[in-house]
Design a protein around this ligand. Structure first.
Ligand code: SF4
Length: 394
């Protein structure tokens, strides 16, 4: 499937800087390190270990990202050997050579609630094994994203580079970015097909910083598509009890010691969702305890749909403390369905992939409420609305 390296459609001015243990990002408040669960369960012990790493900070937290990754900031810059060892001791970097490319979002409730067309959990594990076993895939950029959707449409509706959408218990369609059409394959062939396409991408972009995504290639990826497909509409994000299981939202995506202590009492592992929430298997009966620890467990909570980028003091690009503003905004958040994302600048880091209310660098709480009200007014006037229709997985 490999082709001769083709020219790409966009020039890049900066190198891929997605952080990892091997390549921390240097921010104004220290090093940033990102850990990638690759769609697999994360042990609560590992989450506790990450909190131990940041324990000396004034506000020690682990950030859940919109690509279902875990991020630490404010670490020593440069990263010390002691800190690096403590992060590695959590077991969240199982394949150091491929640390930066294990970017996977997978339907988090797959196999648990009967909601999909197949159980993508074995597929997710097999894809991680295959990616980490392919030396050439270590060259994928840190922004390259795999999406594995069990057919319910929860993760395939966002942006991705290579995706799989189940169409039945033993079959699905492999998709490449927003390229029209896909490749209908038996489930047993999905990993081989996805990794072959990833290897083609890696080969075509090797040694170049000009294309980070499939959609940035000048020529389409892979052979001619074998089928046309329209992704299903994105379902509501789950929260609270899902059968005997539970989904709990983490306010602002910032996981704290009290959250992890509560999780520790009810589960050994959790799944990280792309919506700053966690799936707790067999956790529905423990929802009151998880709520008491500060996790959001019902759709009426503002933390089900309110988020903010890092902002001040961690990001020098921002003129405002976005998280402080979001905390002030939470009790006043007008009723509505759309997620609300507060950004400190036009980069809009971490904005949702789905439609959302875009609150951009408001100078005050009142200005933020005005922006939300203006959005609501536009929604009322135009049923199709003016919400952001595209997002980026950051
Ligand atoms: S959106 Fe802007 S202010 Fe917010 S974290 Fe990103 S770069 Fe910083």
């Amino acid at each position: 499937m490999c082709r001769v390296t083709a020219p790409t459609s966009r020039a890049r001015g900066a190198a891929d800087a997605c952080p990892g243990v091997a390549r921390p990002f240097s921010a104004v408040d220290g090093s940033i390190v990102r850990l990638r669960p690759a769609g697999l369960p994360v042990s609560v012990r590992a989450l506790s270990g990450l909190l131990d790493v940041v324990a000396g900070q004034p506000d020690p937290t682990v950030l859940l990202t919109s690509r279902a990754a875990l991020q630490l900031r404010g670490l020593p810059d440069p990263l010390t050997a002691e800190t690096r060892a403590a992060v590695l001791a959590t077991g969240l970097v199982p394949a150091p050579s491929h640390e930066l490319v294990r970017n996977v979002v997978a339907s988090p409730l797959s196999g648990l609630d009967g909601g999909g067309r197949c159980d993508v959990r074995p597929l997710t594990a097999a894809l991680d094994d295959a990616v980490c076993a392919a030396p050439g895939l270590a060259h994928l950029g840190g922004r390259f994203l795999f999406a594995l959707d069990d057919g319910r449409g929860d993760v395939i509706g966002g942006t991705f580079d290579l995706g799989f959408l189940a169409t039945g218990p033993d079959r699905g369609v492999v998709l490449a970015g927003s390229q029209p059409g896909g490749w209908s394959v038996p489930l047993r062939e999905a990993v081989r097909t996805v990794t072959a396409l990833a290897e083609e991408f890696a080969e075509r972009t090797k040694g170049s910083e000009t294309a980070w995504h499939v959609d940035e290639l000048a020529d389409r990826l892979g052979p001619a598509p074998t089928c046309a497909i329209s992704p299903p509409p994105q379902p509501d994000r789950p929260l609270g009890a899902v059968g005997e299981h539970a989904v709990v939202a983490v306010p602002l995506g910032l996981l704290r010691r009290e959250h992890v202590d509560a999780l520790w009492r009810v589960a050994e592992t959790v799944r990280v969702t792309p919506w700053r929430s966690l799936v707790v298997e067999h956790g529905s009966r423990h929802l009151p305890a998880l709520e008491a620890a500060g996790l959001a467990t019902h759709a009426g909570s503002p933390w089900h749909r309110l988020h903010a980028c890092t902002g001040l003091p961690g990001c020098s690009r921002s003129a405002i403390d976005t998280r402080a503003l979001a905390r002030d905004l939470a009790p006043l958040l007008p009723a509505g369905d759309f997620p609300v994302h507060v950004s400190g600048c036009e980069r809009r880091c971490g904005k949702p992939a789905a439609a959302h209310v875009d609150v951009l660098s408001p100078p005050s709480l009142g200005a933020a409420l005005d922006q939300i009200a203006a959005h609501s007014a536009r929604e009322s006037a135009h049923s199709t609305g003016s919400t952001e229709q595209e997002g980026s997985w950051t």
